[in-house]
Design a binder for this molecule. Sequence first.
Ligand SMILES: Nc1ncnc2c1ncn2[C@@H]1O[C@H](COP(=O)(O)OP(=O)(O)OP(=O)(O)O)[C@@H](O)[C@H]1O
Ligand SMILES: [Mg+2]
Length: 742
Amino acid sequence: MKIEELPIPESVKNVIINSGITELYPPQEEAVRAGALDGKNFVLASPTASGKTLIAELCALKHVLEKNGKVLYLTPLRALANEKYEEFKKYAVVQKSDGRRVRVGISTGDYDSSDPWLEKFDIIVTTNEKADSLLRHRARWMDEISLVVADEVHLLNDAERGPTLEVVLARLMQINPDAQLLALSATVKNAEEAAEWLKAGSITTEWRPVVLKEGVLLHNEAQFKDGGALKIEKPTKNPAINLALHIIQSGGQALLFAGTRKNSVGLARKAATSVSALLSKPMKRSLTRISEQILATGERTRISELLAELVQRGTAFHHAGLGSGHRRIIEDSFREGKIKVLTATPTLAFGVNLPARMVVIHDYRRYEPGYGYYPITVLEYKQMAGRAGRPRYDKVGEALLIAKTEDERDYLMESYVLAEPERIWSKLAVERILRSHVLATIAADFARTEQGIYDFFGKTFYAYQYDPRAIKGLITKILKFLYEEKMIEVSGENVYATKFGRRISELYIDPVSGVMIRDALISRAARLTDISFLHMISHTPDMFPKLRPYSGEIDELALFVDQRREEFMFEVPDPWADRIDYEEFLGEAKLAWVLGAWIEETTEDETIEKFRVQPGDLYRLITTARWLLYASHELATLFGHKDVLPHLAELMERTEKGVKRELLPLVRLEGIGRVRGRILYDAGLKTIDDLKRAPLEKLTGLPLIGPKLAKKIKEQVGGFVKSEEWKKLKKETAEQRALTEY
Ligand SMILES: Nc1ncnc2c1ncn2[C@@H]1O[C@H](COP(=O)(O)OP(=O)(O)OP(=O)(O)O)[C@@H](O)[C@H]1O
Ligand SMILES: [Mg+2]
């Protein structure tokens, strides 16, 4: 079916055709024929890169242009929300019947807001968590949603992210029973079941735009599912690297999945030398530029240095420990075909759109601290293998597992290549996760009686798959807890949230965190310091990622805890009586210590060295900490602890910026972060007034401060830049740049 022939407005067709798409893929055609454009609910389950987004785009534009509707697009990750937002923005040129253009908005941050400004957008992209928080704030515009798109809906199966998605979908169906629902999923065994739950039709296909050849490599011979075989040379001892070299020689790129971050780095290191030998001179020059870009992005650390060095040799690694700036550079240069071999942890397998001609699944076992090694699921395997083959570039994509023995090859063939993906199962009935959703149901007025609460949870995927009664006992237990902790009140049949309960729900924190913070603010530490508050939030179940102290630092941590005993809001467990609790406490103390070091301006590199915390993790930690400090500030306000408010507010800001108190006025300026702030301060420019008085040359004479930034600083502090002075400066720097480039 041609795009031309679709029953959609001409202006939309033009946008699609201009983007290079002229014909629907077969699964897309199937969805259109089945009635996706006529408002029917569907679960579309199809392989990676089979074009599910386009169906969502067609439906969305249909709603906005023909039904005066509003679209909510749900994604499980911020990175994915950004990607979808960019994709939808191409429709911003299309005109609606009221003469206005289609407006696309995105909201992924700040969980304590109903974002009324979103009201004016036609298509709104959010994460599942943000949608959950918007529902808790009863954002009014949500009642106007006429189409809900839920992307990556197979994540219902995910223990951490699944329950939120499930609750969000159930709530949206409750408030907008007439809205159309489009759920996009990887192929799973029970897509039909999910569809029945969502009162939707289901379309499942195995079709892919590029043929996928899946197989297993043993020594230097690959066997494929379709019976084919491939023999490769053995220039190195590592079969995964040999595969990569093979594919580079035929003009392709390889994506190698490793089980752990450490393995992904190790594999990239091993591959780099051989890859480098295959690169042309112009390619190497282009890689040098990317490598310089990596060093100029974010703080310089041993990780960014290693990454830059590998990139120069056409190789890179990608994992959650990398800062987001570095991750983006790697993703872009891989997409541009410059990085030939990318090693990655499985986090890359879902979400980011990064296909490669060859995918190698180096480790089919994954390591998790506390659990040990376990084999990945077929669903995960399919997600990784599905990255093979770039639409529009490759005719086939190849995905290979690596076996060491014949037995292992047979096992891998059987259990992955020929296996069907598993069923997905709801993970909602876990107390830690459910309690916050039970409270939110009451606090945001989705239910007013105990029966109403059971009824709501009776409509979840969990209740559909198991039995509503299976979850009832757990809910009763949670209600009792919420009542005892004064988050809810009961009067006859009716259940209400107290002010405390409502605030906890809005702040988007675990009720248990709320109780901990409330009690800590009453009992207080003997000596109230930064560490007191940083530890208080680290003690809550919302703190993420958790840090496990490694064995070499236990003694030092124990000493830290001992010396800071008076500063903790919670009692230190006895190491002899309660070893497990004590070690958990050490882990929390470590979090507080890391955060404390961050606000004392410890560099990222020192943080890696001293605490083994990598930039990516550090930033996640900072984001969570900032949010929990905000929540603490709000609870302190609610309970009238005025005395701690200034301290909490200051900590929040210092945590966000990673600076000592003295730098705060400087880093409030746009363009000034912790590094430049420190440079200014140490050069004697300590206040806004200092900056106002300083001559422009004084600023540009400092490291990392160019003329553009200097001007921006001056403008912000209300200083004055003479136009001759500015012209002269611009000319000088242009000459300088010309000199360095040639
Ligand atoms: N009909 C088409 N013709 C050509 N290209 C298309 C067509 N439909 C989609 N594409 C392109 O295919 C690529 C993959 O599409 P999309 O991101 O929607 O995959 P997906 O099914 O959502 O996969 P995943 O499960 O990985 O999210 C996109 O770059 C898109 O532009
Ligand atoms: Mg998709």
